[in-house]
Design a protein around this ligand. Structure first.
Ligand code: GLA
Length: 744
């Protein structure tokens, strides 16, 4: 068992071969946090870690004692009974009080890991993969129960946590704060890393020193957002990508979140993640329970790459589910940037035919196929084909695409309506809307009230009918606005604080039904690009459109930032036209491919518009990806050099048997007469000889210690004037891929 309970000292030691997590039942029955970090020997009693000297201006739990929660590191702290930091939970009671006192009642230790009703969560495939500790705490005055869940994975340096409130009393309570994880760390010597941005520049890496006070990222937009991601990292300032302590915290949730670290003036750091309390209250009537989403904490002593690789394995293999979890992803062509709304069936089939010719496997029809949708003012909500454009409907088109030898995929945005739609005209009350107040449009659309089961049922029936009659292998599930005027006409006044969370539960239930009934479909989530790229979505859709920004130079940063938490297989990455439609920048086709390879690869253009030479390059790219996608999407990914810090950035993947390694190397601006360069590779077998495509052979230890020579043509005599065709030159946005084959 990876969880030991020491009866006498009342301590729990959760451990595997790499990490230890130690909890103590304190003298008042609350839970103290003693340690989270590298594996240490077990001992009967770690009580010496509880330091309780008498301090001025401190409130104590009893007269004459030294026990103050302010100075004790805790697991799920409350405010107002000697601790003054922001708490993990808060419950408003019938008498107006918010003071609670949940103390230990019992615990259970068992093999495996339970699922969370209606919520995404990591899972095990057999009970040996994880052990779980459930601690039940009771507030004896209220009679309410709190169950804290801890699962430790035996082969991953990860702990999953969540909390459940159970009300078996005759009173009603309002939960106003219910974090998924709270963890007090004994010092604050950390860098805080967050992944922030906006539309088209998602998940930019931002690092700063942790300081006394509160630092936080959050969303109150109804979805996890472009702006901040429900994932943060604390790393030691001396740690880097390859060594040193790093801890990552991910919330498996797609709605409003808070991720925060509060450092008190004794330098204790309290990290917490959960549903954003700002937009949340939950009424708990007698007999009801409330389950928080799950949060995952990963500990690495091998730096940031070590941390990321744990998340990649765990989220790729034990959060993502279904038939597509372990399969290489089809190479697709999406018509959005090729046609926008301007298409008919013939035009689509021409694009698809060219795609098939060049080796594409899946043709995806994006926005504009349904209802009166010929631009973004109308049609959302009417999930039946526009037969002016598609005479045979989706059924007919999908059959024609399949007859070409391609799979067919379809875009939907099921959570939204335009006012100009049959759905809105029939059910105007189905929008989220605040009575008596104007509704704020965004992209001319409004949000359906997914907190209502009848709305979810209706959408399910509409889309299931199309999926059942057509040949659909892939769905791109979009969501293109944030939620304003959040209010449900179906809920009473005292439950309006639940709407944001109920919306997400409705969304999850819709996804769940669809993946259950159509298990062969590959779902790709999307929200104006990457506005809902979170761990919650990965449970339903194993890949996500990383960003609407398909510019290769920008994408290096976006994919690099995304890789801190999310696996390569989850990042939708496409080659698009030049000049790029977001930045109007020209980048070489090779570089667009070299960046997009590191993801779920595809194209976002009309191949018919390319020259013969470019078409040949595309065919070559597709051949390359087919050959190497297993390694790229499921190998071990290493960030080598950051695009946030360098003009030249690099990453690589290594296959499980270490016989194949693929390096992506990207230079933003060209330079002249530059230095000779080497790149230290990672993860190779030091004793294996690796051959490059040019036939050179180097041992793994050479490549990892001396480095791979990456000197490029710019280190030589510049070609004066116009370089001759065929001359090897470097340009801005130049890149290369190096494939290393071991054991040849
Ligand atoms: C969003 C998506 C795009 C595209 C459009 C269609 O912006 O992110 O990829 O599907 O919607 O309207």
């Amino acid at each position: 068992m990876a969880i030991i309970f020491h009866e006498k000292s009342k301590e729990f030691h959760l451990h595997n071969s790499q990490i230890s997590y130690i909890i103590k039942i304190l003298e008042n029955g609350h839970l103290g946090q003693l340690y989270f970090g590298a594996r240490i020997h077990d001992r009967d009693d770690f009580g010496y870690l509880l330091e309780t000297s008498h301090r001025p201006m401190t409130a104590y739990q009893s007269e004459g004692g030294n026990f103050s929660l302010e100075h004790i590191k805790q697991e799920y702290p409350v405010y107002g009974t000697t601790d003054f930091k922001l708490p993990a939970m808060e419950v408003l009671q019938p008498n107006g009080s918010r003071i609670t006192d949940f103390s230990y009642e019992s615990h259970r230790i068992y093999k495996g890991k339970p699922g969370l009703e209606g919520l995404p969560a990591t899972y095990t495939e057999d009970d040996e993969e994880a052990d779980t500790l459930e601690i039940t705490l009771t507030d004896r005055l209220l009679g309410m129960k709190l169950i804290l869940l801890y699962s430790i994975f035996n082969k991953e340096n990860a702990i999953a946590r969540s909390a459940r409130f159970e009300n078996s009393t005759r009173d009603s309570f309002d939960i106003t704060r219910a974090m998924s994880i709270s963890l007090d760390l004994p010092d604050c010597d950390y860098d805080w890393i967050q992944f922030s941005g906006a539309w088209s520049r998602e998940r930019q890496v931002r690092t700063r020193r942790l300081e006394q006070g509160i630092q936080a990222v959050n969303s109150s937009r109804g979805h996890s957002s472009h702006n901040h991601n429900p994932f943060i990292v604390l790393k030691r300032p001396t740690a880097d990508e390859f060594q040193g302590e790093a801890m990552g915290f991910s919330l498996i949730y797609s709605g409003n979140f808070l991720a925060q670290a509060e450092v008190d003036t004794y330098n204790v750091t309290r990290v917490m993640l959960g549903i954003n309390p700002f937009t949340f209250t939950w009424r708990l009537d007698p007999g009801e329970h409330f389950q928080t989403p799950e949060a995952v904490a990963v500990y690495s002593k091998d730096g940031l790459n070590g941390m990321s690789q744990t998340f990649h394995r765990l989220f790729g293999r034990r959060l993502a589910r279904g038939q597509w979890r372990d399969r290489v992803r089809p190479i697709l062509l999406n018509n959005w940037e090729a046609t926008y709304f301007d298409f008919n069936e013939d035009k689509l089939l021409d694009i698809a035919r060219a795609a098939k010719n060049d080796g594409i496997e899946l043709f995806v029809l994006d926005d504009g196929w349904f209802g009166a949708r010929t631009d973004d003012h109308a049609g959302l909500g009417d999930w039946y084909a526009n037969t002016d454009r598609l005479p045979g409907g989706i059924k007919g088109l999908s059959e024609k695409v399949e007859a070409l030898g391609l799979k067919f995929g379809l875009w939907v945005e099921l959570e939204m309506v335009n006012k100009n739609s049959d759905l809105y005209r029939a059910h105007p009350d189905w929008l989220l809307q605040t009575p008596g107040r104007p509704l704020s449009p965004s992209r001319h659309q409004y949000v359906l009230d997914l907190s209502r089961p009848e709305v979810v049922d209706y959408i399910y029936e509409m889309i299931a009918a199309i999926l059942a009659e057509s040949k659909i292998s892939y769905i791109k599930w979009d969501m293109n606005r944030s939620i304003t005027e959040c209010y449900s006409l179906a809920l009473p006044a005292n439950r309006q604080g639940e709407v944001f969370h109920r919306y997400i539960l409705g969304l999850y239930s819709l996804y769940e039904r669809l993946i259950e009934h159509f298990p062969h479909i590959l779902f790709e989530s999307c929200a104006s690009g990457g506005a809902r790229f979170d761990a919650g979505m990965l449970y339903y859709a194993p890949q996500c459109w990383t960003s609407d920004d398909t510019d290769a130079a920008e994408r290096i940063k976006i994919q690099y930032g995304t890789s801190f938490c999310y696996p390569v297989s989850s990042m939708g990455a496409h080659v698009s036209a030049t000049p790029n439609h977001q930045l109007f920048r020209h980048t070489p086709l090779e570089t667009r491919g070299n960046v997009a390879y590191f993801g779920a690869f595809g194209y976002e253009l009309d191949l018919q518009n390319l020259s013969d030479k470019e078409r040949e390059t595309v065919r070559e790219q597709i051949r390359f990806m087919k050959q190497y996608r297993q390694v790229i999407q499921y190998g071990t990914f290493y960030r080598l050099q950051s695009p946030f810090e360098h003009n030249i950035s690099a990453w690589m993947v290594v296959s499980e048997d270490k016989k194949t390694a693929i390096v992506g190397y990207y230079k933003i601006l060209n330079d002249v007469n530059c230095e000779y360069r080497r790149l230290l590779l990672k993860g190779l077998d030091p004793n294996m000889a690796y051959q490059t495509e040019s036939g050179e052979t180097h041992y793994g230890d050479e490549l990892m210690n001396l480095g791979l020579i990456t000197t490029d043509p710019s280190s030589g005599q510049p070609a004066s004037g116009h370089p001759e065709p065929g001359l090897d030159i470097c340009t801005d946005f130049w890149s290369k891929i190096v494939v290393l084959r071991g054991g040849c």
